[in-house]
Structure formats: C-alpha cells, structure tokens
Design a protein around this ligand. Structure first.
Ligand code: UD1
Length: 418
C-alpha cells in the first residue's frame, strides 16, 4: 500500500492542468448503456472510480477501451442486466447504471451501492422517481430489482435535490418516448454536462442547471462524442492548497464559473483570485487568513466536497470560524486528523468550530474518504515539517496523478511504499 509523504511549510509556485471531472464522467459513462452505438468520450480522468465503472460496464457486456483520457464504449452482444455486489460495493455511483438499463430493457437488478463512509446515503429518492415512471421495485438477497411492462413519461418531484437521483432519472427519461418533467432537481454543473451528452444522443433536454428539467425522450438513442467538463472539486482543492500553504499558482483548463461560492468565501478570507474564461490565478494572503464560516448546500451553495479542505485552510485562520455540514450526516472524519496536526477543532453533530492556530505541525495522518484525504494534503502542505498520509487509496479515487501535480505546484510531495 502507498503513502504520501509531504514536507510542508514552503510557499507554492507553479501551475497545474485540471483533469476532467470525475463526477461528470461517471454518469456520462453510465449513459453509454442507453445505446448500442459507439460512444467516444474524451478528457476522462484516470482514477480508481473510473476504472471501477470501466470494469462494471465491461461486466455488463459493453466493450470498453480506456486510456490517455479517452474512453470508448461499443456493444457487440446482449447486455447482462445484473450489477453484482463485488463490482458495485466499491463505489456509490455504480447505482447510475440502473436508470439506463431500466429504460432500455425494462428490467435491472443491482446490489445496493458502497462508496465513501460519510453517512447513510440511501437511494430512496432514485427509487421513488423510477416508480413514478412506472417501475416496480422489489428486493432479493441484498439486491434491488426494478422492472416495468412499459415505462411512461410523467412528473417526478424529488423530496431533496439529490445529484445522483437527478442524473439517474434524466437518463431513464431520455429513453421514454414523451415529455417527462423533473422538479426540485440538483443544479450541479455536472448535471448540465450530462444533459449536453443526452442531447447529443438524441433526447431533448431543457432546464439543466435549474430546479426544473424537461426531457423529451426518444425510442432509440444514438452514440455520442463528448468531452468531459473540468473537475471543479480538484480545482477547488488546489485553490485551497495554495491559500493554506502560501505563494501563488495558476490553474489551467478549468471553469471558474462553476466555483463561485468557493471564490466568494476565499476572497473574504483574504485570498486574491484572478479568473479568466478557462484558467485562474490564486495569490495566498500575506500572513494568516481571516476566519470565514461556511454552510454546505446544494449547488450553487458551498459544496460539501470542498468542506474538508476548507477546514484545513481555516485551521490556521486568525480567529474562530464554523463549518455547518448540511448534506451528509457524518462528514467530519478529517477533524480528528487535523487535530493530530495541532488544529483546535470541536465537532458538535453537524457543526465544527475551528479556532485558528498560528501553525500546524507535520504528523502521521490518514485519509478516511476522498475529500478528507484532500484535507490532509492541504494541511500537510501548510504544516511545518514532514507528514505521512496513509490510506491514500481513498485520495486515488478522486485525484489524478496527484503527486505529479503537487510537484508542479511547488509542493515537496512523493508517493512512498508503506
Ligand atoms: C454526488 C457526488 C458527491 C457529492 C454529492 C453532494 C457524484 C459521483 N458524487 O453524490 O461527490 O458529495 O453529490 O454534492 O456525483 N440521499 C437520500 N436518498 C437518495 C439519494 C440521496 O437520502 O436516494 C441523501 C444522501 O444520503 C445525502 C444527500 O441526499 O445526504 C445528497 O446526496 P446526493 O446528492 O444524491 O449525492 P450523490 O449523488 O451520492
């Protein structure tokens, strides 16, 4: 097993090219199940979660090829309609194969998904949506079975704007003839990327990025050529890395307009950010940042995926700040690790109070999920001395070639054998 070793405390200087978005790529790769035709997707990051999706699609009968950012899916045989536990447990997003397979074959069986240990993460919102479109839901030996004689277009109002449920229902509706309306949808930018892909496949989709999405599905969908949008969470992590460690960096091939809530909060903390159409420059504050509290919310609010690296940044603020986590019920596992590095943090249910300290000190720490791992990297780069981060397989699920990019940004980082 690998660890990251980071010697912190030196200001950053350099630039990094942002990878394609993991969270946009996962649903778009699942959408290839909607058609027999060839799909070619570019700017797909090389990550464990993408590899897991590649394995799942191949198991289901797709012929997929994947390398150098290109993903090609073809189909030469009858697909299997069962996503088994061994392939699904690694990643929650594997539930995204349900919508396309249900729509195309009117039957799908899948194991309840795994993923980060950041809360209960049920799939009731997805299942309620499928029911509204005419599916029956049954359970057998830990699997969910969805079936329908005929699916019908309709109106689905989500009780909460779940990202995954919005995507799953969009994909399902794209292959149901007639007009479906989805209400109280997630508005994350990745939803807009999926909508663009579904439009290329032949569905009519309007309203992506707003709470109401209208989809007029087609009886058959075509193949597609698509380039995945830049990863806003990777971008945000590097922005916070620079803000915490000091110095100035440039981030290229990114989309600053997808990060407005973070940019606002960072500017309040004293970070200078110059944004351009597809790049940005970050200049860290001289001395300690000002304390700024954040509340995580569905997009366009402050993203839950950047809450952990934000806390690592605020650990050295010149005063007390708070983080309220409103999306997941158990997403503060990075707090005890930050405390091991000298941070002063108290967690009460879904609220963390961070009393800024002048310095963090390098320590052996561990990544407990993808973004908690990112928080360890941010903290280690700003801490004095050496940190060793264990369980980096979590980080590898979400950050492509991280040690190389860290070096490009001026961090003394290396991947070492445990
Ligand atoms: C996606 C992102 C993840 C991000 C999250 C919130 C991907 C692959 N992952 O995850 O990085 O942290 O959005 O922005 O895009 N919920 C239910 N029932 C459901 C579905 C969700 O109760 O059927 C709850 C979840 O437990 C959670 C909240 O709703 O508390 C948000 O979940 P959701 O928006 O669905 O997140 P994901 O799509 O899993």
């Amino acid at each position: 097993m690998d660890n990251f070793m980071i010697r912190g405390g030196r200001p950053l200087n350099g630039q990094a090219i942002i990878s394609g978005s993991k969270n946009a790529a996962l649903p778009i790769l699942a959408a290839t199940l909607l058609t027999r035709e060839k799909c070619e997707i570019k700017n797909v990051p090389e990550l464990m979660d993408i590899k897991s999706t590649f394995e799942l699609l191949n198991y289901l009968g797709k012929n997929c090829f994947y390398g150098y950012g290109n993903f090609v899916a073809e189909e030469h045989a009858q697909l299997k309609l069962h996503a088994p536990y061994d392939l699904v447990r690694k990643m929650r997003a594997s539930v995204l194969v349900a919508g396309p397979l249900l729509a195309r074959f009117r039957k799908v069986r899948f194991s309840l998904p795994g993923g980060c240990s950041i809360g209960m993460r049920p799939i009731d919102i997805h299942l309620e949506g499928f029911k509204k479109l005419g599916a029956q839901v049954a359970y057998e030996k830990g699997d969910v079975i969805l079936s329908a004689k005929k699916l019908k277009p309709g109106k689905v109002k989500f009780r909460f704007p779940s990202v995954g449920a919005t995507e799953n229902l969009m994909m399902c509706a794209a292959l149901i003839e007639g007009a479906t309306t989805l209400e109280n949808c997630a508005r994350e930018p990745e939803i807009e990327d999926l909508a663009a892909a579904l439009v290329k496949m032949g569905a009519a989709v309007t309203g992506a990025g707003t709470p109401v999405i209208k989809i007029t599905g087609a009886a058959r969908l075509k193949g597609l050529k698509h380039t995945i949008m830049p990863d806003r969470v990777e971008t945000g992590t590097f922005m916070l890395l620079c803000a915490a460690a000091g110095g100035r960096i440039k981030l290229l091939n990114t989309a600053p307009k997808t990060l407005e809530a973070l940019i606002r909060a960072m500017k309040k903390a004293g970070v200078k950010i110059n944004t351009f159409k597809d790049s940005m420059e970050i200049i860290a504050p001289q001395g300690r940042p000002r304390p700024v509290s954040v509340v995580t919310k569905p997009h366009p609010g402050f993203p839950t995926d950047l809450q952990a690296p934000w806390m690592a940044f605020m650990a050295r603020a010149n005063g007390t700040s708070e983080v309220h986590e409103q999306i997941f019920e158990n997403r503060f596992m990075h707090a005890p690790e930050l405390i091991r590095m000298g941070a002063d943090i108290t967690v009460l249910d879904r609220k963390a109070v961070i009393r800024g300290v002048p310095h963090l000190l390098g320590a052996p720490v561990m990544a407990s999920d993808i973004r908690a791992g990112a928080a360890m990297v941010v903290a280690a780069a700003s801490a004095k001395g050496k940190s060793v981060i264990r369980r980096i397989y979590h980080i590898d699920r979400g950050y492509e070639k991280l040690e190389h990019k860290l070096k490009d940004l001026g961090v003394d980082a290396s991947r070492v054998k445990a």
